[in-house]
Design a protein around this ligand. Sequence first.
Ligand code: GTP
Ligand code: MG
Length: 450
Amino acid sequence: KRKIRIYELAKMLNIDNKDLLQIIQDLGVEAKSHMSSIDTDVAQIIEETLREEKESKLGKRSEEVATTLDTLEISEGSTVEDVANRLGKPATTLVKELISAGFMVPANAVINEDIAKTINKVLGVNIKIVPASAETKDEPRVRTVEPKKHEKPKKLLPRPPIVTVMGHVDHGKTTLLDYIRKTNVTAREFGGITQHIGASVVEHNGKKIVFLDTPGHEAFTSMRARGAQVTDIVVLIVAADDGVMPQTIEALNHAKAANTPIIVAINKIDKPSAKPDRVKQQLADLGLIPEEWGGDTIMVEISAKTGLNVDQLLEMILLVAEMNELVADYEATPQGVVIEAELDKGKGPVANVIVQQGTLRRGDILLFETTWGRVRAMMDHLGRNVDEVTPSLPAKILGLEDVPQAGERFIKVDDERAAREAVEQYMEKKRQQEMQAVKRTSLEELFEQM
Ligand code: GTP
Ligand code: MG
């Protein structure tokens, strides 16, 4: 029997994943999430029902629109989302309609003349922006904040997913990353020698994926402890001959706590002793139900050694990335996080970072938590000198005053003095906190002894 995933159907029908899931569940068909699969004949029934419903609704709707929405009055400072609400459609739908008309704006963008014109072009609705003081009567609204009329609409664009591979000792993390890197096209095409920058960038079907290289748990926990959420997707690797082990559970808990989507790679299936079904059962007992059993956890049986199904794993990573709509503002003030750093004898402090927002450029002055610096040089994962680095991508940067710690965040600032002063203030505050902590513990000790 042929099957189709719910989000695929939602895409085809151009409706929201959640709405479709609800419809399917209402029909009494078992489905846990939009990642679940349903039979194609069920899909067909849904499609037909929806089409009929849409046609009858559309008829009514367009009459209404013609009478009441020829001109839509909105108050100054209203956002795209507000307009979508007034039009009775999800904000994401309106955003998509605007994007398909060549106009990229996020849902929280304040409506200006340009956006109003585009909405008119796409939907035939005249938008009239009325000053905040003259709100329309049918839509009384109290605004406590100033309308953000001067705010520049953000340019949100897709960014590559950042992936951390986690799993028990010897379950194959390094072998998998090595295999992915070795067979990767970019590295070969540019004749580059992979540089260690704490993360690798690979390309699959023309799309980039960033893998954090540092041992999964360490990077993940140290960054999370500092409040830096870097990983978009966790690949939980479980050896099929060994099964779920303590560090598998630990990794799973980390991912759950951070609310990071998990893809399971059941590894070493080339081994005669491999028991992939046993692994699935063990994981199901922990709440990760494989899709084929009606759950929503993607599980791929791979061999990191022979490369079997590794392609499929990469595909699934890109799919989950797409589902989660990973985007970044490429024009925002550059900021990111340190994955690792060290003092190089010749080069001075060297930091391997990942850019999270904005585009980092050579010459930028960066403020970290414990240090600052002007970016003197940047290298990509192939050791090439680069002038700019876009969101999700890693880089090695030179020119810092001191060595920052892994997990420290950075942001571009305008002048060196401000950076220097901010670092001094931060260090002073930290010193005080440490002193207080020392005081507190000694007091506690004192109480305990009494
Ligand atoms: P730690 O970094 O020590 O936690 O281990 P790891 O998870 O990085 O495992 P690693 O990649 O070092 O693999 C451990 C052993 O398993 C090595 O001897 C690998 O050759 C072997 N191995 C990894 N993947 C496979 C596989 O798919 N099939 C087989 N047969 N062996 C594998
Ligand atoms: Mg390893």
